[in-house]
Design a protein. Sequence first.
Length: 117
Amino acid sequence: MDPDQPAAAPSDRTAQAGAPDDATPARLTAFVRGRVQGVGFRWWARARALELGLAGSAVNLSDGRVQVVAEGQRTACEGLLRLLEEQPSTAYRPGAVTGVSAQWGPPHGGEEGFLER
């Protein structure tokens, strides 16, 4: 290391180590628990995702959860996750969310728009 050169900031080292960049395409799969079926939750999730420029779907699961799958820029996916999780909701989220489990991965592609299933 050159003593005349400043040390890299921790975020610079992270970026060099291959950590995801904010503009990196990503796929978020979120499982939302609570009173989220039959209250307009999927419609609300679709509207927020489209506002963020995301593609994907929101689906009712047989166990009462809603699965939200979103693809797009990682920062946009993180924004949607924050809206799904925030307590209390500042975005007029319908129903009552008691928990969200999130999984991250590379985008699968082929998604157009955002579907309610």
